[in-house]
Design a protein around this ligand. Sequence first.
Ligand code: ARG
Ligand code: ZN
Length: 421
Amino acid sequence: TIYILMCLLLSFTIELAVSTPPPRERDQVLCITPTLNEELQFIRQISSQYKTILWHPSSLSDIRNNSEIHLYVNASYAEELKMRLNSAHTTYRVMIEDVQQLIEKQKGINQPLTPRGFSSYYEQYHSLDEIYFWMSQMVRNYPSFIQQILIGPSSEKRLIYVLKIFKGTSPPKGAVWIDCGIHAREWVSPAFCLWFVQHLIGTQDKVIADIVNTLEIYVLPVWNVDGYEYTWTTDRFWRKNRSRNKGSECFGTDLNRNWDVNWCGKGASKDPCSQIFCGEYPESEPEVKAVATFFRQRLNHIKSYISVHSYSQMLLFPYSYTTSNSRDHAELHHVAQKAVNVLKSVHHTSYTYGTSAQTIYLSTGCSDDWAYDMGIKYSFTFELRDRGRYGFLLPMHLIKPTCEETTAAIIEMLYHIVKTV
Ligand code: ARG
Ligand code: ZN
């Protein structure tokens, strides 16, 4: 027996040795928490020198001491960059060992995907074309509850659609707005919007019935359509839209810096190559113009603005462009607190909450501040899971719990609003 066991063991070992692929270089994401100004300086220097991509915060101007920096580095210089960090005594940890592997998993490469119409369809990431098809199916299957509204073309002339959901028999008492996918690489955000629409339609829940019978729900599943497509075809970590910039080789404007609210002040950039480029002028981007126009036509009707981003696990409310509190601070704080508590009760996920400027960073020209200053009191921004373990590469199996808890939080917020209209 011992002889047989040994043989087995040996063959296993050989098997392992044979099937282990040769080591290859991998794109990685590093987590660095600087403590000294020299380190901050050093990180700024190497991140421009090595063409890294900042995951968090979204701009180098927002890195500060004792706060995590998540930095994507290309395989070809990952080792060199790590050596330089070591010799500068800057501590870091490898947050993601193998970026490419996670990207393939997210796209469902080498994995059978669920056909349309099954519930696990909502536990996957979908391409833009698939999402267009999904929208057309939703309006076809539920013509009395869902309408598809074309709000405009994108910069590359793709169509941007809003779904309007309403089940009431008497006229709506107001409307709420939820947008997903303003930043291209935040894939769990569109996945959430799809989930949420299906949930509103499919559930028997009394509270939700109350909401969809009283309020119109506008859902914009993919706002930055061009950018989203680009993350599927070309660059997984693209954030901005894909418009051309005069006098520059760099593409894209940050659609969350292009609004006419302290436009291009602190926390935004005039550099077209920056991730937080504010654009040529306020509302220069067709994607922003389309939504701004939609809002201006319905100002008294829309009671709430909710924008869904990832990642960080935060629930934010105005202001972003100043560290001062808004007029409705107490109520917004109260609503956020309730929402975060409900969110936690679902899967124990912890969220921080507060004003954007005080909680994440100062930024100007943002959609939530614009909506708020236009008179839409209940203005919120979600940063969904996670806190950086996977960042933008959140695996598919985490879509379901993420959507469940976020849905619970948003329903709690909408219920608060239903009671006030
Ligand atoms: N992460 C998002 C961004 O950089 C949101 C930051 C907070 N600002 C806001 N307006 N909510 O655009
Ligand atoms: Zn974002």
